[in-house]
Design a protein around this ligand. Structure first.
Ligand code: ZN
Ligand code: ZN
Length: 248
């Protein structure tokens, strides 16, 4: 499981809807310490012993708030890789105002899955990493005009728009074109702002850009609050190696 931005109660309900329990998770991998990514971790660490992987920088920030999580936290350097069971995990540093934040590439049973949210821009390294994937979850945080004309205070607008903030629909669309040209077949747009974006606006941006380049791909939007139908990766295995039920 990637990140834990919901309460343990909500997590349990979500897993139950997939026929799973927390004990069936091999591990949790965390991108960074912002609350919308670790909200459930304080309670999780009291109740469960499932290993939770994060960078050294993220763990410093997390342990200041949740020192007892030390028992289940495993650390690595941002950019390093490791294995969880038969899954190969690679990480890449993301430009974001957090402490050593990362995105992930997960390879298992000949399927490669990439995850990149909370990034101010898509660096060449990130593009290269995601280009190797069959399936990518990518941030489409805001529509630039909606953000600029919206209710956020000036400082927050500058933070979101900055190189260590969040990815706009326009920047996401450019990246999706590159990824599809490199063979990525399916993209899930994620981490949409409720104030400064809508699924319709995000999809329009990405579809228009793909159309301009004469490209198509399978596109989904991860809902912000509820579980979406799982997308099962790995058609030939009875027990799919990756199931994505997504909270943004
Ligand atoms: Zn976030
Ligand atoms: Zn963040």
């Amino acid at each position: 499981m990637i990140d834990m931005g919901v309460s343990v109660r909500k997590l349990n309900n979500a897993l139950k809807s997939l026929g799973l329990t927390v004990d069936m998770l091999d591990a949790v991998i965390v991108t960074h310490e912002h609350t919308d990514h670790i909200k459930g971790l304080a309670t999780f660490a009291k109740k469960y012993s499932v290993p939770v992987y994060m960078t050294n920088g993220t763990s410093h920030a997390v342990l200041q708030k949740i020192p007892y999580a030390n028992n289940i936290i495993h650390t690595f350097c941002g950019g390093d890789g490791f294995d969880i069971g038969s899954a190969k995990i690679e990480s890449f540093l993301t430009p974001h105002d957090a402490n050593e934040s990362v995105g992930y590439i997960i390879s298992c049973d000949n399927i490669t899955f990439g995850f990149a949210t909370d990034l101010g821009f898509v660096s060449q390294n990130i593009k290269n990493m995601l280009s190797s994937c069959d399936f990518v979850v990518l941030e489409a945080n805001h529509d630039i005009d909606m953000l600029k004309n919206g209710v956020y205070p000036y400082q927050l607008k500058q933070r979101v728009l900055g190189n260590y903030g969040h990815l706009s629909n326009a920047a996401c669309a450019k990246c999706v074109v590159d990824l599809v040209q490199n063979g990525v077949k399916t993209v899930v747009l994620a981490h949409l702002s409720e104030q400064n974006n809508t699924p319709v606006v995000a999809l329009r941006h990405i579809n228009e850009m793909l159309f301009t380049f004469g490209l198509t791909c399978e596109l989904f939007v991860a809902p912000v609050h509820e579980m979406e139908q799982p997308i099962l990766l790995g058609m030939e295995v009875e027990q799919p190696c990756l199931a994505l039920g997504s909270f943004a």
